[in-house]
Design a protein around this ligand. Sequence first.
Ligand code: GRF
Length: 214
Amino acid sequence: MKTLRRQNIAVLVSGSGTNLQALLDAEKAGKLPMGHISLVVSNKKEVYALARAEENGIEAVTLVKRDLGSQEAFEAALQETLCERHIDLIILAGFLAILSADFTAKWPGRIINIHPSLIPSFCGPGFYGLKVHEAALARGVKVSGATVHYVNEIPDGGEIILQKAVAVLPGDTPEKLQKRIMEEAEWLLLPQAAELVCASLAGKETEDESHAEL
Ligand code: GRF
């Protein structure tokens, strides 16, 4: 019986990094046995997520599209950064840029994202950050939540991995709803999904090796 290889994870961020923190805490607590967070990439300078990486001794790289000149140059630098570090899984955790179809095609089944609504509601282009919760409140839904899904060429359109519902309460503001969804859904769901995907990737790798030996 072969031992499964722990998968190398890169977490892509653009902001405060509370979801990154949830992943780091999960790994420390032994809840990510098949994954190891080895890299944080930010597309914004000086965001708090970078400080969280540093505090946890994780390498952090900042790649800014404007400095690099174009989306193509940004994605080429990102690809090189990830390949040099032998990354197996990319986790988008509050990463506010859309990756091109060319890029996502290079990582089939190896990019996941957390979205703060129950997909297919309030998702797709333009639905990010507080805008998602503003739209949910404007529509008057009584339940919202979070979704972790695979990333493909369609924004928020990849296969759903895990979802969790969260109640919308009377008197909710977008900020209150955002906070409740983070606390009750996102921070639990993302580490769980990361472990599921890492275990699945590690399992496939072992299966492929066994076939190669036949
Ligand atoms: C989260 O609500 C996430 O679902 C969304 O952006 C927010 C990022 O928060 N995509 P953080 O940077 O993880 O604190």
